[in-house]
Design a protein around this ligand. Structure first.
Ligand SMILES: [Zn+2]
Length: 487
């Protein structure tokens, strides 16, 4: 056989025969069927005229209500009724069509279509034109009327540019990134099995994948070229698993997954029956699970389970029955441990009602936590007593407890109560400035952080009443005495 050069392949692709577009239009109609609408116009109390964007007929009838479904008397489809000024979404997608060339190589042709609703003419206008041709065996592609727009991606305009070799997207597939070429799920399947049977892809079972829809068929062929066993997955209808392998080929080791399947042939029917993804299958095998709800739960829990326990299967079953989210359970266990409950006790580990038990430990923890914070604020407050200072009228002293902060907040209508935890951690310190003749009544609050006065706040954060001059002078004197700054 004569040697074939790249330029011959490209010429061949350019000179492919025109095809019959009619079947493609039929595919588009099927794809966009649910996007069609009945358009109501000339409506009055007695009757309305309405137009079916699917079959193109105009009817007159009673009770044609906007935003309800109605059956078109001509084509018999149920469509939503819209007013003539409502927007109808465009439908935009690709159709892949396969052929075989004279050397029995597989050729993929990609057609772009867009259906736009024309408000004036009250009908869809369909554009349909060919944009990519790929010699699958040789991974050589040409493109037409195709250009790249930053942020939106590939765009198409008929008559924009003639056939040209494609070097950046449609031909190349990179190691393990199978999902890179034709992410479009509509495949013209007429005769597909027969076409494949003439090519080197005859045992790939790609026609089964194409029948399912929603899977990148070129990506699948690339996957099959490296891992011919995926044919079995296609035949067993493990479509979600196949999708995972195509789309996340680099995330999962395909070999690893294939080996797992090999080692667990008995579970293969499980994947097919429940259409499991890779992670779901891994969980099903790892913990011998058979219920899809529980398998999904296991996927969410996996990290937590591996780290925390060796009773994973038991926990998954338990959470499934309790209808409990993994993070809630984790929260429960951690909090229970914090308040000193015995996690070795199985009544603690698996309470009869996890939601109630979770609530209980959270409430108990709140009490403990408040005590803890109070203790820490009080300890810190003792260290801060060295800053206590007074003149004839005013005194400044540190806050001594969470309760004091809450009282101060209430009296002055500001938010110093939220500083309790920070103060307990010694990240900042809160002082109260009071009038000596009424020492219990809140007057002004001061925050001191790392030797700097950060804020001085009176009633409602001084929004309406500025600080009294006597307070300003007092704070300045206090700063001077203790070599503080900031105010
Ligand atoms: Zn109709």
């Amino acid at each position: 056989m004569a040697r074939v050069y790249i330029k011959h392949i490209i010429e061949e692709l350019i000179n492919l025969k025109m095809i019959d577009y009619y079947p493609l239009y039929q595919l588009i109609d099927r794809k966009s069927l649910k996007n069609n609408k009945l358009i109501r116009f000339n409506s009055n109390k007695k009757a309305s005229d309405y137009y079916c964007t699917f079959c193109g007929h105009t009817h007159t009838g009673k009770n044609v209500n906007l935003h309800t479904k109605l059956k078109c008397p001509n084509c018999g489809h149920n469509f939503y009724v819209l007013g003539k000024h409502n927007n109808i979404e465009d439908v935009e997608d690709y159709i892949t069509r396969y052929e075989v060339n004279k050397r029995k190589e597989l050729i993929a042709r990609l057609f772009y279509f867009k259906k736009e609703y024309d408000k004036v003419e009250m009908k869809y206008k369909t554009q349909l034109f060919e944009v990519v041709r790929l010699n699958v065996d040789r991974d050589i592609a040409i493109k037409k009327d195709t250009y790249w727009v930053m942020c939106t991606g590939w765009r198409h305009a008929e008559g924009y540019r003639d056939w040209k070799r494609d070097n950046d997207r449609f031909s190349y597939y990179r190691d393990n990134a199978f999902h890179d070429c034709f992410l479009y799920d509509i495949v013209q399947r007429t005769n597909l099995k027969n076409i494949l049977s003439k090519t080197k892809y005859k045992y790939s079972a790609m026609d089964i994948v194409a029948r399912n829809g929603g899977i990148d068929t070129i990506g699948f062929l690339r996957l099959w070229e490296m891992y011919p066993k995926v044919e079995l997955l296609a035949k067993a209808k493990c479509f979600n698993l196949i999708k995972d392998l195509i789309y996340r080929g680099n995330k999962y080791s395909v070999n690893g997954v294939m080996k797992l399947i090999e080692d667990n042939k008995k579970s293969l029917h499980l994947i097919a029956d429940m259409d499991l993804t890779v992670s779901e299958f891994k969980m099903a095998v790892k913990y011998q699970l058979k219920d899809k709800k529980i398998i999904k739960m296991a996927v969410k829990c996996d990290m937590f389970l591996d780290v925390k326990t060796n009773q994973a299967a038991k926990i998954i079953q338990y959470l499934g029955k309790q209808n409990c989210k993994c993070h809630e359970y984790r929260d429960y266990l951690e909090t229970a441990a914090l308040i000193g409950m015995d996690l070795k006790n199985s009544n603690v580990r698996f309470p009869k009602n996890i939601h109630k038990a979770h609530n209980d430990v959270m409430n108990k923890y709140k009490v403990v936590k408040d005590e803890l914070i109070n203790k820490k604020i009080s300890d810190f407050s003792k260290d801060l007593e060295k800053y206590i200072y007074e003149d004839k009228k005013l005194i400044i002293k540190p806050a001594q407890s969470q309760q004091e902060l809450i009282d101060e907040s209430k009296q002055l209508d500001h938010c110093v109560r939220r500083y309790g935890e920070k103060m307990a951690k010694r990240e900042t310190s809160i002082f109260f400035i009071r009038k000596k003749k009424n020492i219990k009544k809140s007057f002004v609050t001061l925050e001191l952080k790392e030797g700097r006065v950060v804020q001085v706040r009176g009633y409602k954060n001084n929004v309406h009443n500025p600080l009294d001059q006597s307070v300003i002078d007092f704070v300045h004197k206090w700063e001077q005495k203790f070599r503080l700054e900031g105010f």
